[in-house]
Ligand binder design. Sequence first.
Ligand SMILES: C[S@@+](CC[C@H](N)C(=O)[O-])C[C@H]1O[C@@H](n2cnc3c(N)ncnc32)[C@H](O)[C@@H]1O
Length: 250
Amino acid sequence: MSGSLVIAGLGPGAESLVTPEVSDALALATDVVGYIPYVARVAERRGLTLHPSDNRVELDRSRHALEMAAEGRHVVVVSSGDPGVFAMASAVFEAVEAGPRPWRDLDIRVLPGITAMLAAAARAGAPLGHDFCAINLSDNLKPWDLIEKRLRLAAEADFAMAFYNPRSKSRPEGFARTLAVLNEACGDARPVIFARAVSTPDEAIRTVPLTQATPEMADMRTMVIVGSSTTRIIERAGAPFVYTPRSVPA
Ligand SMILES: C[S@@+](CC[C@H](N)C(=O)[O-])C[C@H]1O[C@@H](n2cnc3c(N)ncnc32)[C@H](O)[C@@H]1O
């Protein structure tokens, strides 16, 4: 029997945001591989082996999944959100490219999920309604100079920006530098959305002007969305709507 490898996104947290095709793949899996908190979201059942592992072993985890698929097992590698957004799909393909030639002929599929950026944007309104970019603020896998260059160019191009991995305990200074760069490069009070633990019981959404944004407002469970110069706020009772108009005047 030939095996298979599915790389699946579990969405931002809520069960209702897991797509039906991901649920179907999990129902057929013999093995689920992934970072500990993501594997913990998969229900145990007879015939299914869970393989949780630490965060920093993406390539080992990918090779393990590929080896099991090559042995004829039906393996699902899980990520939060979408597996192609700062997540496991790239790691698996890196392992395929560097691995034994037969791995290239395995039945490998990527199943999309709702990425945190889109779940967060939807909570606020439509801040990504015009051109935007997404930047991973972690400097674990790239130099800080490159992050800062991309921030400055994104500000110059007047993109709305979505930031993943904004601030961890091991690198608390990066997000403070991000805010300093943006205040300097944007020079205005455009809205910044801090969307924490979207679609989980811990969800908290807060919108402040860039000039009042502080590093402590973000952690590793937060998506940060910075509006462009055209992003608007509709005040009302409770949380405001934040949206970016579809057009920019010529
Ligand atoms: C390594 S990235 C993985 C992104 C994931 N593949 C996705 O598509 O959402 C982890 C970052 O995603 C963001 N994130 C993931 N789930 C979130 C949620 N429920 N609410 C807010 N941000 C979330 C946070 O910025 C977190 O640091």
